[in-house]
Design a protein around this ligand. Structure first.
Ligand code: AMP
Length: 620
């Protein structure tokens, strides 16, 4: 249903609702839209305000909640009530994060280690989804204030390595904030879009996206072909970023003036001021050769050379991740066409230099690295809004999807590498007279027998009205929506009864597992083909035996003794061959039975027709 928005500022009607692009970051978050006039992506910001909203939530005394810059001020003074880095907890259990327990200054509950984490603030418990929803709500409110129109639809970005649970958690957070999340997009995909890569249908490119933020680092190798983005590999370190640069500077300075860790531990204000000055120094050194400053009577200085030697090892660690990612991607460095820089810390000249040296090419750093992901999300939102009609951003299904049919065979409805969204349907029927239900078992994989594939779901279509076998028409439809969620529907067309189920085909599958399933299907292709042919022959034989037996039972009085006995012998021998025979032997035996039954079946058919013709009254 289309909605009409009223622009309160101008009083005009806005026919089409704006879909915003949101970069929900670990440290900072941003919102972007496609400017209605220029048609270019822009970051939303208040006239005098900053564009970035710190991803920090502060819980005040009387139940007040603040998000952003205001909340950030409480990070040092009220660490127990101030939540940061909630993105690191999305879709995670306590077991997943316990090794980094000391990183979080707030309380993470560890009573039930396998279930999703909860955060305790005062006497209340919050899930990461709820906490993220506060950030999204703040972004939504800001966007509405700036745009002066309701904002209810969004595209949200997540790291390429996020699994289904983390993606679903992000989607739930959006919903809780009152946003209809139209698509979850990979951050490197969004960054590529912001550089205009992947926007041409005939384009085929391999891209490296190097993302070094405040607290996390990741590298993704993507292949774009005809608007389809495929993540070839990802690597990184979720606890490495610009904050580490700041900390080494603080350590270096405190060493110079003989401040011990204990002193800094006690004097929270001094340590906070030092940390802030270290960050200022780092930023200053991105465009200057030296820095001088003073904190609490101490003079500090740092040259670019000193800074670079302090962070050298961190940068080298990121390069090692790049090396691993390239290796895992299966492409060689020389095949990588573009290198894109994302995240505030890629402004550090040493980082730019080392990345360019490693990839052996000029890097793409012309788009603001803090904004590039949000800008790309806005482009994706615009495509979804249908404003960019020439182009449809598509993903593909990595494995085939289908259902089990007679004999345990896989009947593929959506073949692998299909573009999503994708919809298809096929008709099936019952095998037994009066069969009242039909089991629909959904599988994913490339093998011919379902037992070698991965079962995704199963349900029973019940309430099929009693009819002879083969008469009911059950249409099974598969719809894979833009988020890769598969909806399977079964509907009996005569009676209209229907049932459906939703499954997440990728759930729990790693890239390696998908790859293994594909490799297995290639290795077993020949065996599988033979097995399928045998199963099909057996199924055909069973159906023929069943139909012929019923035919004889019903029409015994119209048949001669020899016809009956010959048929019974042929059925017996077909049953024997079924047990041990080859596909060809079964086919021969099927043909043998058909040859015996065909003449009398035709005779009876002719008699039946002439009878009905005779009984017909010509004059109505
Ligand atoms: P992000 O998480 O992408 O917002 O990146 C934030 C990180 O980038 C923080 O560690 C900032 O200190 C760092 N950063 C921002 N601007 C600069 C700059 N000009 N030079 C070096 N680091 C920067």
């Amino acid at each position: 249903m289309a909605k009409i928005g009223i622009n309160i500022a101008t009083g005009s009607l806005q026919q089409q609702e704006m879909i915003v692009g949101i970069d929900l970051g670990t440290t900072n978050s941003l919102v972007a839209i496609i400017h209605p006039d220029t048609k270019k992506p822009v970051i939303l910001k208040e006239h005098d305000g900053a564009a970035m909203v710190p991803s920090v939530i502060h819980f005040g005394e009387a139940g007040s909640i603040s998000v952003g810059d205001e909340a950030k001020k409480s990070l040092v003074t009220e660490p127990h009530n101030t939540i940061f880095s909630v993105k690191r907890l999305m879709g995670k259990s306590y077991n997943d994060v316990k090794d980094h327990g000391s990183f979080f200054t707030y309380k993470i509950i560890d009573d039930n280690t396998e279930s999703l984490v909860k955060i305790q603030v005062g006497s209340r418990f919050y899930s990461p989804v709820e906490l993220s929803s506060y950030i999204l709500k703040e972004l939504k409110n800001r966007a509405e204030h700036i745009l002066k129109t309701p904002v209810t639809k969004a595209v949200i970005t997540v790291p390429a390595y996020f699994n289904d649970a983390q993606r679903q958690a992000t989607r739930d957070a959006g919903k809780l904030a009152g946003l209809d999340v139209l698509r979850i997009v990979n951050e490197p995909t969004a960054a590529s879009l912001a550089y205009g890569l992947g926007l041409r249908k005939d384009e085929s490119k391999t891209i490296a996206v190097y993302d070094l933020g405040g607290g996390t680092f990741d590298i993704s190798i993507l292949r774009i072909t005809g608007g389809i983005f495929e993540v070839l590999s990802t690597n990184g370190d979720t606890y490495l970023g610009g904050d580490d640069f700041d900390r080494t500077i603080v350590k270096y300075w405190s060493g110079r003036v003989s401040l011990t860790d204990e002193e800094l531990q006690v004097n929270k204000n001094l340590s906070q001021e030092l940390r802030l000055m270290a960050e200022n120094a780092k930023i200053h050194l991105s465009s200057n050769d030296s820095f001088k400053g003073n904190v609490a009577g101490y003079d500090f200085s740092l040259t670019k050379e000193q800074f670079e030697s302090l962070i050298k090892d961190f940068v080298e660690r990121t390069i090692q991740c790049c090396r691993n990612a390239v290796q895992d991607s299966g492409v060689s460095i020389s095949e990588i066409d573009e290198v894109i820089m994302v995240g505030g810390s890629t402004r550090v000249p040493l980082v730019k230099k080392e990345v360019a040296v490693f990839f052996g090419k000029k890097i793409n750093d012309s788009v603001n690295p803090d904004e590039v992901v949000a800008l790309g999300a806005a482009i994706q939102a615009d495509i979804l809004a249908g404003n960019n009609k020439d182009f449809l951003l598509l993903d593909i299904t990595p494995l085939s999807l289908g259902i089990e049919t007679m004999g345990g065979l896989m009947d593929v409805l959506i073949p692998r590498n299909s573009k999503v969204p994708s919809k298809t349907g096929r008709q099936y029927t019952t095998q037994k007279d009066g069969q009242g239900s039909m089991r629909i078992s959904v599988y994913q994989g490339e093998r011919d027998l379902v037992k070698d594939n991965r079962k995704l779901a199963e349900f029973n279509l019940t309430g099929i009205p009693g009819m002879p076998a083969g008469l009911p028409k059950v249409e099974v439809s598969f719809l894979v929506n833009a988020d890769g969620i598969l909806v399977v529907k079964a509907r009996e067309l005569r009676s209209g009864i229907e049932q459906s189920i939703e499954v997440k085909p990728q759930y729990g599958l790693t890239d390696e597992e998908v790859e293994k399933m594909l490799m297995d299907s290639i290795t077993h292709a020949k065996d599988d083909m033979q097995t399928r042919a045998l199963v099909e022959a057996k199924t055909e034989a069973l159906q023929l035996i069943d139909a012929t037996t019923r035919f004889i039972f019903k029409n015994r009085s119209f048949l001669t003794e020899p016809e009956i006995s010959q048929t019974e012998t042929a059925i017996r021998s077909l049953k024997e061959i079924l047990e041990t025979g080859t596909k060809d032997e079964i086919h021969r035996s099927i043909e043998g039975l058909n040859e015996i039954s065909r003449p009398y079946a035709e005779r009876l058919m002719d008699e039946a027709i002439s009878k009905t013709m005779k009984g017909k009254n010509i004059i109505n």
